[in-house]
Design a protein around this ligand. Structure first.
Ligand code: GLU
Length: 416
């Protein structure tokens, strides 16, 4: 990864930029800028051919002053300690911004899960879960899905933890399958939250969602669900891409059909009635809303000057570099930052965790209603801060989140 786009350096820059607009105690800043705990594990997995492969994984807990640390687990070949640190830090701000009683953490394994058989994936997930069980706990650190993991992986993690500790511990992980204590609506929560954020941003910018065009980069859980909810909102999703390529249709892509096509073929490419398009063209496309929903570092100083979207709704974590942010801000592009825009996932994770402790489960419409309330409230809080201070939306969101963590730290004090 080039040094310029190192996600951890990005996260620190965003933090420092926000802090420079705040009046915080120097010691408090030093404390909340630091990462509390980092675990690196290297472990063996028996492959189907009988051979042994070694894998490296991480679990990083950035800060826990507001509550147990919370954050997903990523299975992707490019996972590094620095990426995991950045993602953990972003989780701290995201939870604080949404007023969830959580700190921030993240985990990951450097592996391409698409190259594993289902049995290899199961053995890898279980062994990784057992390796991080020394710091994972329903009261102190609660994983969830992220890029490359899904409800099945969460089921294995919950089962592994439960066998090692005795009993069954549904609250140790969120994003589980519904029959195992997963929440209704968790699978689609991030995409639904992206849609609420984009809808509110359009309202603020005087754009009618029914007239709006949308481009989505990435078609994993977040990208596909965001596309689906934007489509259901009545907007025209004109371009979509995944790791294999992109597609375009100026009349709007049939998203339910595309989801079915991607499920069947493994990619969005070659969807009937669409033209191929490159990732670069998709990012630079003239549209109302651009939803980057893939990996970090996609919108950079190089391509930011070419972006024609009026609104960027960040489904991914860290898709925009600090250099790109400056360019977008000066060009008047309205950015709904990741820690707000994609927070629907961890919000419903919180609902799932609460349900797990209570062994009492909510209906899908209750989950969706509470998610909408939480997202709209947080969007308005960031918007207020943006208008009051003149800061861009990301920095405004950071100042709110960091202020809450700082306040809690000062109340708790230092042990001993
Ligand atoms: N991985 C998701 C995120 O980046 C969800 C985390 C969670 O639900 O704990 O927000």
């Amino acid at each position: 990864m080039s040094r310029k786009n190192n996600p951890y350096e990005m996260a620190l820059k965003q933090f420092d930029a926000a802090v420079s607009h705040m009046d915080l105690d120097e010691g408090t800043v030093k404390y909340i800028r630091s990462i509390r705990r980092e675990l690196t594990v290297t472990f063996p997995v028996e492959m189907d051919d009988g051979g042994i492969e070694m894998f490296t994984g991480y679990r990083v807990q950035h800060n826990n002053v507001l509550g147990p640390t919370k954050g997903g687990i990523r299975f992707h070949p490019n996972v590094t300690l620095d990426e995991t640190r950045a993602l953990a830090m972003w989780m701290t701000w995201k939870s604080a911004l949404l007023r969830l009683p959580f700190g921030g953490a993240k985990g990951g394994v450097a592996v391409d899960p698409r190259k594993l058989s289902i049995n290899e994936l199961r053995r890898l997930s279980r062994r990784y879960a057992s390796e991080i069980t020394i710091i994972m706990n329903p009261e102190s650190d609660i994983p969830a899905p992220d890029v490359g993991t899904n409800p099945q992986v969460m089921a294995w993690i919950m089962d592994t933890y439960s066998w090692l500790r005795g009993g069954t511990a549904p609250a140790v992980v969120t994003g589980k399958p519904v029959p195992l204590g997963g929440s209704q609506g968790r699978l689609e929560a991030t995409g639904m939250g992206v849609m609420f954020s984009a809808r509110e941003a359009m309202k603020y910018n005087g754009i009618d969602p029914k007239e709006a065009t949308v481009a989505v980069q990435g078609f994993g859980n977040v990208g596909s669900m965001s596309a689906r909810f934007m489509h259901e909102l009545g907007s025209r999703v004109v371009a979509v891409s995944d790791v294999y390529g992109g597609i375009y249709n100026s009349n709007g892509i049939d998203i339910p059909g595309l989801i079915e096509h991607a499920r069947r073929t493994g990619s969005v490419t070659d969807f009937p009635g669409s033209e191929p398009i490159t990732n670069e063209d998709l990012l630079a496309m003239k549209c109302d809303v651009l939803i980057p929903a893939a990996l970090e570092g996609q919108i950079t100083e190089e391509n930011a000057p070419k972006i024609q979207a009026k609104i960027i709704a960040e489904g991914a974590n860290g898709p925009t570099t600090p250099g790109a942010d400056k360019i977008l801000h000066s060009r008047g592009v309205f950015v709904v930052p990741d820690i707000l825009c994609n927070a629907g996932g961890v919000t419903v994770s919180y609902f799932e965790w609460v349900q797990g402790w209570q062994h009492f489960f909510w209906r899908r419409d209750e989950v969706a209603r509470k998610l909408e309330e939480t997202m709209v409230e947080s969007f308005n809080a960031v918007l207020d801060q943006h208008e009051k201070t003149g800061l861009d939306m990301r920095t405004a969101a950071y100042t709110l989140a960091i202020g809450r963590v700082a306040e809690a730290f000062e109340m708790r004090g230092i042990f001993p």
